[in-house]
Ligand binder design. Structure first.
Ligand code: ZN
Length: 306
């Protein structure tokens, strides 16, 4: 339903997800849980040889940028690409090679350890909107944040069943054991506007409407609290209200609430206003929120970055 997009760190590869934390997971990649000692030796030799080769190759590339260019130039070329598309990808290629030269090869050891495992401290749920990339506005580097993006940065409650968003949450919380969940909303959110414009239609054929309806409790609260404001102002109100609803929805997952109670996990909200480039950050006060009977989010440590 929601369009989840894993960013560089998370996309880093499904193999990174599989290889990240234990050898039991590694075994599934090789297709068999039962291995003879000979097969195990062969496998280890293969892994050693693979690691040595990739290190030698990367070091050679680092010492000889021309070689990197040759390697890329020798890859199969695709023809019949329109000029405009070709220009877009020329730019992406230029940026990728810049990243490789200035970051990857300059910090080879760091990126090679990231290839072995990821240990991000943050899981970020952000809107799919192209203007609110968390890595750009908050400076997350590869390996620092496990990110899922969907329309209007919504977290559905546990009772709604599986979505890409809670699948990502499950992996981040239970396998990666991130310490912080951060829901980032933003100004002029088209998804929230769609939510606020929603009529009481049942069984809509629109995927967008079927998804944003997750935020309906925030819309109801906004209508009650800000009915005297105009539509755009109500949307601004709902953009923040829906973040708080998502923070409470996070607590409906037993494995999240359990880690919050044990002090292993914190839940935060963030609001990026790109009309004046400000960022508001706050933290869910678990005890306060659970003591309130009207599903209100109690918050603490509010900061305003200007
Ligand atoms: Zn949005």
């Amino acid at each position: 339903m929601a369009h989840a997009v894993f960013q560089s760190s998370s996309l880093a590869c499904s193999s990174s997800m599989d290889l990240s934390n234990n050898s039991a997971k590694t075994s599934s990649i090789f297709g068999s849980q039962l291995r003879s000692p000979e097969i195990e030796q062969t496998r280890l030799r293969f892994l050693d040889s693979f690691k040595r080769n990739i290190t030698v190759r990367l070091k050679a590339l680092m010492e000889s940028p021309g070689l990197a260019q040759d390697t890329i130039e020798n890859k199969p070329k695709f023809t019949r690409v329109s000029n405009e598309e070709s220009d877009h990808f020329k730019e992406l290629k230029h940026r990728f090679l810049g990243f490789k030269k200035d970051k990857y090869l300059s910090n080879l050891e760091h990126y090679q350890s990231l290839a072995e495992a990821q240990v991000p401290k943050f899981m970020v749920i952000a809107c799919a909107d192209s203007r609110v990339c968390p890595s750009s506005i908050l400076g997350f580097q590869p390996g620092e944040a496990f990110v899922v993006r969907n329309v209007a940065n919504l977290v559905p409650p546990h009772e709604n069943g599986p979505t890409e968003t809670n699948a990502a949450l499950e992996f981040a919380v239970n396998s990666l054991e991130v310490e912080n969940l951060l829901v980032v909303g933003h100004s002029c959110c088209g998804g929230i506007k769609a939510l606020m414009s929603l009529q009481d239609e049942v069984n809509s054929s629109s995927f967008i409407k079927s998804w944003v309806v997750v935020g309906k409790p925030a819309k109801v609260k906004t209508k009650a609290a800000a009915s005297d404001l105009n539509f755009d102002q109500q949307c601004r109100h709902c953009e923040k209200e829906s973040i708080n609803r998502s923070l409470l929805n996070l607590l409906t997952y037993p494995w999240i609430e359990e880690r919050v109670i044990r002090g292993k996990l914190s839940i935060h909200g963030g609001y990026y206003d790109f009309t004046d480039c400000t960022f508001e950050k706050w933290t869910l006060d678990y005890k306060g929120s659970t003591m309130l009977s009207d599903s209100t989010c109690s918050i603490k440590n509010r900061e305003f970055w200007t």
